[in-house]
Design a protein around this ligand. Structure first.
Ligand code: NDP
Ligand code: 8X3
Length: 248
């Protein structure tokens, strides 16, 4: 039986991915800070679930969680680096430095740290890494500043990992979703339910299950195939033009 570790499985894309992998017969290490949201996976899927609640930014907690893995969860075939967040939509000159640091620590530093820890095992297993990036890493928008920067990092880190892992059999992919209705906007706005509902209202955004299905598809392709990068948007979302400030 194959084993996956999914970061950020308490909500949204990570929760849907953990569920989809479990339904496809995998065993899954579910992680995230809110332990009470992880317990139901174990209730439903029993021994194919290992719950490991930790903050991805806390090196000691990550080490302790990995050291405490039961023997039959130690052979990890798939790492889904999903935990992440955006904080704020203010322009750079008005944004919070603390929020910027939190995004970098979570989306970049923690992602590379957990990847680095699991690389020996993933190489030994000829496993796979799927990194959840974002369209925000490819296309700028006002207020995207550091969030978009962190996701551009994830995209390029993914490609560079592929270069370094050449010949190991390890597959590495980035998935770049556009608008997905999850708790993402609630987190970004500091809990503003109206703002979140307004953003998604009438837009028919993608669902966490849409992204999870794509992640499972990537993970279950024949071992000679590598999806480098896949970008998805809801049909309702597309691109706008450049902006011009006149008379400055
Ligand atoms: P959610 O807010 O619903 O889920 C975010 C997950 O990340 C939660 O499980 C949360 O767990 C976890 N997480 C955040 N910070 C930490 C931390 N410090 N330690 C451990 N876990 C953490 O949002 P999404 O499902 O939408 O987001 C998942 C990923 O998808 C993110 O990387 C996001 O950037 C990306 N993405 C989202 C898009 C969208 O439109 N929704 C589009 C493109 C990419 P907990 O709080 O319990 O710790
Ligand atoms: C989330 C998508 O467009 O809100 O990564 O930045 S977007």
């Amino acid at each position: 039986m194959k084993t996956a570790l999914v970061t950020g499985a308490t909500s949204g894309i990570g929760a849907a991915t953990a569920r989809a992998l479990l339904e496809a017969g995998w065993q899954v290490i579910v992680t995230g800070r809110r332990a009470e949201r992880l317990a139901p996976f174990a209730d439903q899927f029993g021994e194919r679930v290992h719950v490991a609640a930790f903050d991805v930014r806390d090196d000691a907690a990550v080490d302790a969680a990995l050291a405490a893995l039961p023997t039959h969860f130690r052979s990890i075939d798939l790492l889904v680096n999903n935990a992440g967040l955006a904080l704020g939509t203010a322009p750079a000159q008005k944004a919070s430095l603390e929020q910027w640091r939190t995004m970098i620590e979570t989306n970049v530093t923690a992602l590379v740290s957990i990847t680095h820890r699991l690389l020996p095992e993933l190489i030994a297993r000829k496993g796979a890494i799927i990194n959840v990036a974002s369209v925000a890493g490819s296309y700028p928008y006002p207020g995207g500043n550091v969030y978009g920067g962190t996701k551009a990092f994830v995209q390029q880190f993914t490609l560079n990992l592929r270069a370094d892992l050449h010949g190991t059999g390890v597959r590495v992919s980035a998935i770049d979703p556009g608008m997905v209705e999850t708790e993402f906007t609630l987190v970004r706005t500091g809990g503003d339910r109206d703002a979140s509902d307004t953003l998604y209202a009438g837009a028919e955004p993608m669902t966490a299950d849409d992204i999870a299905a794509t992640i499972v598809w990537i993970a279950t392709l024949p071992p000679h195939l590598n999806i480098n990068r896949v970008e998805l948007m809801p049909v309702s979302q597309s691109f706008a033009g450049f902006q011009v400030a006149r008379g400055q």
